[in-house]
Write a protein that binds this ligand. Structure first.
Ligand code: SAH
Length: 500
């Protein structure tokens, strides 16, 4: 059976500006053919087996010529594949989407076009510029600034007469030409104008100037493509309507060092506040063999106390329990401690309310809470990660018997390390957050021996005292230590630093 091609508008940059329908097609695609301007994070929503083909141009790489892209789409569809052709902004706004659909039509391949938010409108909005405004701009015109590539010479005379907002795409290289021609035909030199670089992304940068000063200002600010050039009175609204750049963490590049599942919460929170979260290194929790865990489960009756030190520990414990065909009744009168609120909440998922939850989520606080409650007759089971520190075991052992049981190991995942690599090379990191002491080791390991140089000028945020002392053991000082030793505590620390 012949496949189908969906031309999907990816939106201007912010991954969340894709349409619900566009996202649905990405999730169903067998293959995604994408451009430079489409946010490549959207690819992460695709199926595991989805093939990803990049056809844009990146430094040193030539873009695949349009005819080849057309052929590729036809070829993939003929192989019976469900193809997504992902384009920045809207597929029909200077996206050559029309040409691709013509070729598909001629080859008898069915297609659908899923419109996207074009940068020409959405990009302006994120810069605080409404493309129309009552009494100020009653029309708008989206124009290509890539003049050589069009056979039609632009009618600057007419464009000058139009009162509406002018938006030039692909115009940075021709900026001087555009401004000169508009003024030549009578556009007032003091017309408000702006250039928006990488609109709707954490890299967004906006420069404003009068039309006659725009070229000089753009040079001074080293404006590069991709950028939008806006000319018209609506630019003046920016001072009132800017919101994107006002977000507390806007433009901050923040490295998040946590495991895959845990990383996403912190990363999402950072991005909701306008920052760019780079999740690296990705730590993977690798459970130890289930047979080994069964030994722990079979020994359960000897224990008087179980102490859970992480959500992962809870998950794996119950996995092993159920694997051994046992249920929570096996726990009977065994007392249960959870090291923190998250661990307590995950116990609740299994119908268990822990007997003890310390106020502070550190080993010392647990000892404080339990030392009067334990006797020499107690026997504690401590399911935990291999990389945990020994403090708890040492201290608890002074009171009663303690059996540690290693339920998982934390190992670094190599994928996506490139993101970190690029950030390090560009010297762009603003913050590195450490949500546990093991992430300190992995991060340093990843950066290598010159970590002191790499981290110069980068602020380090630690989740709590143990992580801070782990940093200190590498000769690094945490710039902030979260007051509450949680993900929200890290966010608080980041926000606190913005006030400085
Ligand atoms: N189909 C796209 C436009 C493709 S033409 C759309 O609807 O947005 C490519 C040009 O679009 C770039 O040269 C630049 O002028 C503009 N552009 C696209 N995304 C942009 C962004 N995030 N920030 C600034 N300009 C952008």
């Amino acid at each position: 059976m012949v496949g189908k091609v969906f031309l999907v508008g990816a939106g201007p940059g912010d991954e969340k500006l894709i349409t619900v329908k566009g996202m649905e097609k990405i999730k169903q695609a067998d293959v995604i053919v994408y451009d430079e301007l489409a946010n490549d994070r959207l690819l992460s929503y695709s199926k595991e087996a989805c093939e990803e083909i990049y056809v844009g141009k990146k430094a040193g790489n030539h873009a695949l010529p349009q005819e080849k892209i057309n052929e590729l789409l036809v070829e993939l569809a003929k192989q019976g594949k469900n193809v997504v052709r992902l384009k920045g902004g809207d597929p029909y706004v200077f996206g050559r989407g029309g040409e691709e659909c013509q070729v598909l039509k001629a080859a008898g391949i069915s297609f659908e076009v899923i419109p996207g938010v074009t940068s020409a409108i959405g990009g302006l909005a994120y810069a605080g510029i409404p493309i129309t405004h009552r009494g100020c701009a009653s029309s708008f015109h989206v124009i290509t600034g890539h003049l050589q590539s069009t056979d039609l010479e632009l009618d600057f005379e007419s464009l000058t007469k139009i009162k509406g907002t002018l938006v030039f795409l692909m115009g940075v290289e021709n900026l001087e030409n555009i401004c000169t021609k508009l003024m030549h035909y009578g556009k007032a030199p003091d017309t408000p104008a702006a250039i928006i670089y990488r609109a709707t992304t954490p890299y967004q940068k906006v420069v404003e100037a009068r039309l006659d000063l725009l070229v000089a200002t753009a040079k001074e600010e080293k404006i590069q493509p991709p950028s939008l050039i806006v000319i018209g009175e609506v630019v003046n609204f920016r001072s009132q309507l800017s919101f994107f750049e006002e977000q507390p963490l806007f433009g901050k590049k923040i490295v998040v060092t946590r495991s895959r599942v845990q990383a996403s919460t912190l990363a999402t929170k950072i991005e909701d506040l306008g920052g760019l979260a780079i999740t690296c290194p990705i730590l993977k929790n690798e459970p130890v063999e289930t047979e080994r865990l069964s030994i722990m489960i079979n020994r359960l009756p000897v224990y008087t106390h179980i102490m859970f030190t992480s959500v992962n520990g809870v998950e794996l414990f119950f996995k092993a329990l159920f694997y051994g065909k046992k249920d929570t009744r096996t726990l009977g009168k065994i007392k249960i401690t959870a090291i923190g609120n998250a661990t307590a909440a995950s116990l609740l998922n299994y119908g268990i309310i822990p007997d003890y939850v310390p106020e502070k989520f550190v080993g010392e606080a647990i000892m404080e809470l339990l030392k009067d409650k334990l006797t020499a007759n107690d026997h504690i089971l401590l399911p935990r990660s291999e990389n945990s520190r020994d403090f708890l075991v040492t201290e608890l052992s002074k009171i009663c018997r303690v059996d540690e049981f290693i339920t998982y190991r934390t190992i670094a995942e190599t994928e996506r390390l490139n993101n970190l690599d690029n950030l390090v090379k560009a010297g762009e990191m603003d913050y590195v957050t450490f949500a546990s002491s093991s992430t300190v080791d992995y991060f340093i390991d990843l950066i290598g021996t010159d970590y002191h140089a790499v981290l110069k000028g980068v602020k380090l945020i630690s989740i709590g005292p143990i992580t801070t002392s782990q940093l200190a053991s590498y000769g690094l000082e945490a710039d902030y230590e979260a007051k509450e030793h949680t993900i929200d505590g890290i966010i608080e620390a980041l926000l606190e630093d913005q006030k400085q």
